[in-house]
Design a binder for this molecule. Structure first.
Ligand code: AMP
Length: 503
């Protein structure tokens, strides 16, 4: 089905065309029609699936009859509120609103913390139809009476799971009380925990469930590899991987802010251009760090989990877990930065003995064993038990049950079996758990033929060396084509208990 058939207006179609999108992504196909019918939506989709356009396009269409060029603020009440957890995501979503709504006389703005409030007040006073906001700053505006939510017709709660993780639930409840109860509500979440279900029950009215990625799973296009290593050797191993394989555009996750700075300095000492991003950095520093990374000025971006959400960098080829996250869901979020929009990605984890249980939790959540590969010279304390190819095959076989590949768009009550549609459903799996598409995928837009740049001499050497050694897994993990594209967007923010500072 094309965008034209979805019931969007000529102005919106023109904006889509300007973006070069020729077909809707699966989540757009599923979400746009029920939203246009005025239904509530519970969307289970990771970033990278096109979900922002999935809710923004129909939202603009629904608001279009109210578009006007009057200078009177009274003619521009807030009709749609998009709540997001972080300022970076807020800026990103607002960009999308402006992009897709550029031919409509609808006004929009974005409010988040960490920046001067006066400019925001000025724009709000002029009147806007669409507001993108983080909860803390939105409530600041409510308190200062610079905002009224009494005319909101559409509420979008984006990355709802992250909102809960960051402790925004009380703020969300307060905000809900300021809006008419007759509104249309759309909620999106990458993971689907019992808490999310509870919030959905409260917020949504007979919602349609649209679900793209399997709950709590990572993209099919991401190759995962675990390198067991002694804790104190992780830094050296990382340097070796980066230098030997000449990895470009690598997002490295660590657990703490202090760890971020230490690792950044180590990599810089090794001559690797590295920048860092974490909750203690101010907005300017974060923006600069991200920009350097996107532009290729920095080869490596070291980040805490604050960067795990909302960071949209096209074709980010590598995510490295220098340390595993404390919760397996965060692994999913971290890895969600790669393998986006139909491109292949690589998730590499350096795992020390004390992280064994975290790894087990991740494998349990993903319902699959991850490939384990010891790098010579970096052997761990204890020899790891390698995942048997047979185990991997079995878990993969279960996942690929073709009965589960039907497109889902169903009533929210019908949530029992996990039959979500995947972006690239039919895959062949070899004994390493690697996935190779064997047919034209459902959504060519997201899976346009990948044209790798000419491999550098370094790349070629790696692939050749691995070919000779017969180590195909290695080739998969590091030998994939790299492409540097302009990055699209920003990292999120904030430690749980400091969320307001970080908005
Ligand atoms: P999102 O999941 O909203 O973060 O979107 C991920 C990326 O997909 C963004 O860079 C969008 O510009 C892009 N995108 C969204 N919809 C489409 C589409 N129908 N065709 C191609 N790219 C798209």
């Amino acid at each position: 089905m094309s965008f034209e058939q979805l019931g969007l207006s000529a102005e919106i179609l023109k904006a889509i065309d300007d973006q070069g999108y020729t077909e809707p992504s699966p989540i757009q196909l599923q979400a746009i029609p029920p939203i246009l019918e005025g239904k509530d939506i519970m969307g289970c989709a990771q970033t990278g699936t096109g979900k922002t356009a999935g809710f923004t396009l129909p939202m603009l269409r629904l608001l279009q009859p109210n578009a006007n060029t009057s200078t009177s603020p009274a003619r521009h009440p807030i009709r749609a509120l998009i709540l997001v957890p972080t300022r970076e995501l807020a800026a990103q979503v607002h960009e999308s609103v402006k992009t897709y709504g550029k031919y409509l006389a609808l006004r929009s703005t974005v409010v988040y913390g960490g920046v001067n409030i006066d400019q925001q007040i000025k724009e709000l006073h002029a009147g806007i139809e669409i507001l993108v906001a983080t909860p803390g700053r939105l409530l600041d505006h409510v308190q200062q009476q610079t905002i009224s939510l009494s005319k909101v017709e559409i509420l979008v709660l984006d990355e709802a799971d992250r909102m809960l993780d960051m402790g925004f639930l009380p703020d969300i409840k307060r905000i809900l009380m300021l809006m008419p109860s007759t509104r249309q509500s759309l909620m999106f979440s990458a993971t689907f925990s019992p808490e999310i279900k509870k919030l959905a029950d409260k917020l949504l009215n007979q919602p349609v469930l649209v679900e793209i990625a399997n709950r709590n799973t990572t993209s099919e296009l991401v190759a995962h590899v675990v390198h067991p290593v002694k804790k104190e050797k992780k830094g050296d191993l990382l340097v070796q991987l980066l230098k030997l394989h000449n990895l470009k555009q690598v997002l490295v996750f660590v657990r703490t802010k202090q760890g971020t700075s230490l690792l950044t300095r180590k990599l810089q000492r090794e001559g690797i251009t590295t920048t860092e991003i974490h909750g203690d950095k101010n907005q300017l520093q974060r923006t600069q760090a991200l920009e350097d990374f996107k532009q290729g000025v920095a080869q490596v971006l070291v980040a805490t989990d604050v960067a795990a959400r909302g960071l949209d960098i096209e074709d980010l080829p590598y995510v490295i877990n220098y340390e595993l996250p404390n919760t397996p869901e965060d692994y999913v979020h971290r890895i969600g930065r790669t393998g986006r929009a139909g491109t292949k990605g690589n998730a590499i984890s350096l795992v020390s003995e004390d992280e064994k249980e975290l790894l087990a939790d991740i494998e349990k959540l993903l319902k699959r064993k991850l490939l384990i590969e010891v790098i010579p010279g970096f052997e761990p304390e204890k020899a790891p038990k390698p995942a048997l190819a047979r185990d991997i095959r079995n878990t993969e076989k279960n996942k690929d049950n073709p009965d589960q590949e039907q497109k889902r768009s169903r009533s929210y009550d019908d949530t029992k079996p996990n039959g979500a549609q995947r972006l690239n459903p039919r895959v062949n799996r070899n004994s390493y758990g690697d996935s190779r598409r064997n047919r034209k995928p459902d959504d060519p837009i997201f899976t346009q033929p990948y044209v790798p740049p000419l491999a550098s001499s370094n790349d070629t050497a790696i692939v050749e060396a691995e070919h000779h050694s017969g180590d195909r897994s290695h080739q998969r993990a590091y030998g994939q084509p790299k492409r540097q594209l302009p990055a699209l967007f920003s990292p999120p923010v904030a430690d749980k208990d400091k969320h307001k500072n970080n908005e």
